[in-house]
Write a protein that binds this ligand. Structure first.
Ligand SMILES: [Zn+2]
Ligand SMILES: [Zn+2]
Length: 229
């Protein structure tokens, strides 16, 4: 007995079948792939994006994984998903995807395309940084303060994490003060500088407040650079 598709009348000699129906009619009546409406939050200052519950560096690979995580596939076996992004703009991302697999042994290929609106949202780190938040001050003193302040700022940012930022740069008559989001980061960077230049930092802690019985200290680290010879 040759199967005949009850919907379009073609036979299994002409087209592959899934169950009683030809593949085309089966796929028309069964939604095997679904993508929910997606939006992506991206920070206009640092470019990071809010993927699956946290802020992460943005890359097309990460975007691809995030999109694939949201594609829901039913009934198919051996699913493989290929994704491309014909357009990645500040406020809109366009994607194309092909979902391949088999249903009851019959190969199936489902093309998808869609748009992901991009919402500009300041990430918490940039929010704190632009809001002037700081836990520590690194005082850059001695010779070539501008050069060293830039070097320190780069080291701070390289530490990564939600508090690794310089929220304010202040030129004083003694040198440059860098306001740093994290005491830990400031201390770590100061130790790197101490090793790199063979100098000793002066650290001081000042009690600024008490939160629920816990004392909160601000750290000040003073680094004095010797003149280059
Ligand atoms: Zn059919
Ligand atoms: Zn940001």
């Amino acid at each position: 007995m040759v199967k005949v598709c009850p919907s379009c009348g073609r036979t299994e000699r002409e087209v592959p079948f899934i169950g009683f129906f030809c593949r085309d009619c089966y796929l028309r009546d069964h939604q095997l792939v679904e993508v929910p409406k997606l939006r992506l939050k991206r920070c206009p200052l640092c470019g990071r994006a809010y993927f699956s519950g946290r802020w992460e560096d943005f890359s097309l690979d990460r975007l691809r994984d995030w999109l694939v995580d949201h594609i829901k596939v039913r009934e198919m076996q051996g699913v493989q998903i290929g994704v491309s992004f014909p357009e990645v703009d500040e406020d809109l991302i366009r994607y194309r995807a092909i979902v391949r697999g088999t249903v009851e042994g019959t190969p199936v290929e489902i093309p998808l395309e869609g748009e992901i609106p991009v919402e500009k949202v300041l990430c918490p780190r940039c929010g704190r940084a632009t809001g002037g938040y700081f836990q520590a001050i690194i005082q850059v003193r001695g010779a070539d303060v501008e050069e060293h302040a830039e070097e320190i700022a780069r080291l701070v940012e390289r530490e990564g994490g939600e508090y690794a930022f310089v929220s304010r740069v202040e030129f004083t008559k003694d040198g440059i003060d860098l306001y740093i989001g994290s005491k830990k980061v400031a201390d770590k960077v100061a130790r790197k500088i101490e090793r790199r230049y063979g100098i000793k930092a002066i650290r001081s802690h000042r009690l600024i407040t008490e939160i629920q019985g816990k004392r909160v200290y601000r750290l000040t680290v003073s680094l004095r650079f010797p003149p280059k010879d």
